[in-house]
Design a protein around this ligand. Structure first.
Ligand code: GLA
Length: 339
């Protein structure tokens, strides 16, 4: 076993379309962003993991077999425990992280952290990125207790800068589609912070699960919508979102392949309406930002990620971006661009 430092860099991600469908048979279209996490790992010869974060300005020391503490080091500790269980590393580790990915903004800082810790622990030649992403998802689901899908881990483990990862979440097959040069993707931090672990994500997941149980399928994207008459209340609305978003994201793949920016933009707008009305994960302030982004000339705009705050993603013609951004920021002074 090497005692050398291993350093890896992993980006955050933004999802262009295909929201809330990565656990129910959907195709999703995330892409990596420029902001990334840098993580360094080395064995420390003890039974304690020592984890330092430049961002949180703190250090955690904790026994290697301890369960989740519901605190920031959990993502790394869960990954280290998984890496030890797979025989990739042995004993306590010193890990330091420096992350430029905004936390609580729906840009997958948590998935990037777990994937970075796993990549820094993976012996050369061991395990492809898809299996690594699946291991990262298990850390979130089982160690951290967040019932997320596979989109974020795949996007940050297998994505490529400047490319959209068209990911079939049933079998993790994917295509890397280059973003056309005349498409500019702008990621806007709304200033409203969200937490996946705070219960809202889980609550929505349970409603989706209730719909799946009644219909006897895990795959609502390919279900027969005539069957949705058997549902009522929240599960009926969630199923409607998942099914319609599943269709939109497949149409979005076609629009991207044919470089039809206007069509892609319209699908983003429809996605936002469905997230607002059927999935019910938007907030009035996010709706207003989307409306303003469109009124000021974006071709598409929608909330991205799980919702309840976080970021908006907009599709804008490159030659309009600067004036468009200045006008949007004049209306919403709290917003920031995420790179
Ligand atoms: C979070 C989850 C993902 C996905 C999105 C919503 O980012 O981690 O698995 O469900 O929300 O599309």
């Amino acid at each position: 076993m090497s005692t050398e430092d291993v350093t890896v860099r992993v980006p955050g991600r933004v999802n262009l379309i295909g929201e809330w469908i990565d656990f129910s048979g959907g195709t999703v279209l995330p892409m990596p962003i420029r902001s990334e996490i840098t993580l360094t790992r080395r064995p420390n010869g003890t039974d304690t993991d020592v984890i330092r974060s430049a961002q949180f300005g703190s250090e955690a020391r904790i026994g290697i077999d301890m369960p989740a503490q519901h605190d920031w080091p959990d993502a790394i500790r869960g990954a280290l425990q998984a890496a030890r269980a797979m025989g990739w590393i042995k004993g306590g580790q010193d890990v330091s992280v420096h992350s430029a990915i905004p936390v609580g903004q729906g840009l997958s800082s948590s998935a990037a952290t777990i994937v970075a810790a796993l990549k820094a622990s993976r012996p050369a030649g061991e395990t492809d990125d898809v299996s690594l992403a699946l291991a990262a998802r298990r850390v979130e689901n089982e160690f951290m207790g967040v019932p997320c899908g596979i989109m974020d881990q795949m996007a940050v483990a297998a994505g490529r800068r400047g490319h959209v990862l068209a990911l079939d979440t049933i079998d993790c097959s994917f295509e890397l589609l280059p973003l056309p040069e005349d498409w500019e993707i702008v990621v806007i931090q709304s200033g409203v912070r969200r937490e996946l672990a705070d219960g809202s994500y889980k609550a929505r997941q349970l409603e989706c699960r209730a719909a799946m149980d009644v219909l006897g399928t895990e795959d609502l994207c390919h279900a027969d919508p005539a069957q949705f008459a058997r549902l009522s209340g929240a599960p009926a609305k969630r199923a409607r979102h998942i099914w319609s978003e599943g269709r939109r994201s497949l149409e979005a793949v076609d629009a991207l392949k044919s470089r039809d920016r206007a069509a892609f933009g319209r699908l983003m707008v429809a996605s936002h309406a469905s997230l607002r009305d059927d999935m019910e994960v938007s907030l009035p302030v996010m709706d207003q930002m989307v409306e303003d982004a469109l009124a000021l000339g974006a071709e598409g705009a929608r909330l991205t990620g799980a919702g309840f705050g976080g970021c908006i993603v907009a599709l804008v013609a490159p030659d309009r971006v600067e004036t468009w951004w200045a006008a949007l920021q004049a209306r919403h002074p709290q917003i920031k661009r995420a790179d």
